[in-house]
Design a binder for this molecule. Structure first.
Ligand SMILES: NC(=O)c1ccc[n+]([C@@H]2O[C@H](COP(=O)([O-])OP(=O)(O)OC[C@H]3O[C@@H](n4cnc5c(N)ncnc54)[C@H](OP(=O)(O)O)[C@@H]3O)[C@@H](O)[C@H]2O)c1
Length: 287
């Protein structure tokens, strides 16, 4: 199978390249090689290479910055996916697009289902929702995977931020009233490959960690593992804080746990994030 990967230098992109089957053909592109916001470039690339599948790992992911950069975020998160959907449909390629738990407002108290009402509370979520709608409107066979709290040994994420902060800060406050499911980017990559291999039908699927937690408890786990692996010899004193006492430019949903009942029907299992966190920190240690 020939697969076009966009956003190849992001967390998911890197993990996808790491586990890509050696007997398949990968066309891995970063934003310089293929800017997904350029409709003509996308069309020409797909027309020339004729991939069997397109995996869109490209996105504008700076949640706070997006509040000031609506147009750019919209271009990358909504127009880009639309360009890919149009080209995928025209040249008969499967399309897998990745979205986020931030399409929900977080007011539910039980895991979000794929068809629950969306109501993003920030610009990032709004533009990602527009992306979901644009791919499904233009190519209804698109697989949209909503995921959450992504971490890996690559790029920027909560795990790396905590480890970095621990080097200069003896004390840290971490938000304790936002609940979600951490997800290892390598598990998302593996799931995408399995979905392509099994020719799963289009639509929205939730995929995330199989246990929910708060940022505070996630942070605590990171420091426990880092101590265990001798990555840190001293960890900061951490205290829980609520979202109201920790103002950020973009509002975040308080509850973004997603149900994986739908994807589990295809024998796909959620991200065992606690186990993956141990190996991720050991990879960060070796880097
Ligand atoms: N990170 C999270 O916690 C999280 C949570 C829920 C859902 N998600 C979703 O999961 C997916 C993967 O996220 P991630 O964490 O791997 O993101 P990431 O590390 O921020 O990577 C995104 C990549 O997109 C590329 N990109 C940006 N604009 C582009 C453009 N116009 N054309 C082509 N590529 C472009 C960036 O490349 P340049 O650096 O070259 O611009 C970057 O390498 C995204 O759809 C994201 O919305 C992420």
């Amino acid at each position: 199978m020939k697969v076009l990967l966009t956003g190849a230098n992001g967390q998911l992109g890197h993990c996808f390249k790491d586990i890509f089957p050696s007997d398949w053909q990968l066309l891995a592109t970063d934003s310089l090689q293929l800017d997904i916001t350029d409709g003509l470039a996308v069309n020409n690339f797909v027309a020339l290479h004729r991939p069997d599948a397109i995996v869109n790992a490209a996105a504008y992911t700076a949640v706070d910055k997006a509040e000031d950069e609506y147009e750019l975020a919209y271009k990358v998160n909504a127009i880009g996916p639309k360009n890919l959907a149009i080209a995928a449909k025209k040249y008969h390629a499967k399309l897998v697009h990745v979205s986020t738990d931030y399409v929900f407002d977080g007011t539910k108290s039980s895991p979000y289902l794929e068809n629950d009402l969306t109501n993003p509370v920030n610009v990032y979520g709004e533009t990602k929702l527009a992306g979901e709608l644009s791919v499904l409107d233009n190519y209804s066979s698109t697989i949209v995977i909503r995921t959450s709290w992504v971490f890996s040994e690559y790029g920027n994420n909560f795990v790396k931020t905590m480890l970095k902060l621990s080097q200069t800060r003896p004390e840290l406050t971490i938000i304790d009233d936002q609940l979600g499911c951490p997800t290892y980017a390598g598990d998302i990559a593996k799931t995408i490959l399995e979905m392509l291999m099994n020719d799963i039908q289009g639509g929205i699927y939730h995929y995330c960690g199989n246990e929910s937690t708060s940022w505070f408890l996630f942070g605590q786990k990171i420091f426990d593992i880092a101590l265990d692996q001798n990555l840190l010899f001293q960890v900061p004193v951490i205290s829980p804080i609520n979202s109201q006492s920790f103002p950020s430019k973009a509002k975040r949903p308080l509850y973004s746990v997603m149900s994986m009942d739908k994807i589990k029907k295809y024998n796909l299992s959620g991200s065992n994030w606690e186990e993956q966190l141990i190996s991720c920190i050991s990879k960060i240690r070796s880097i």
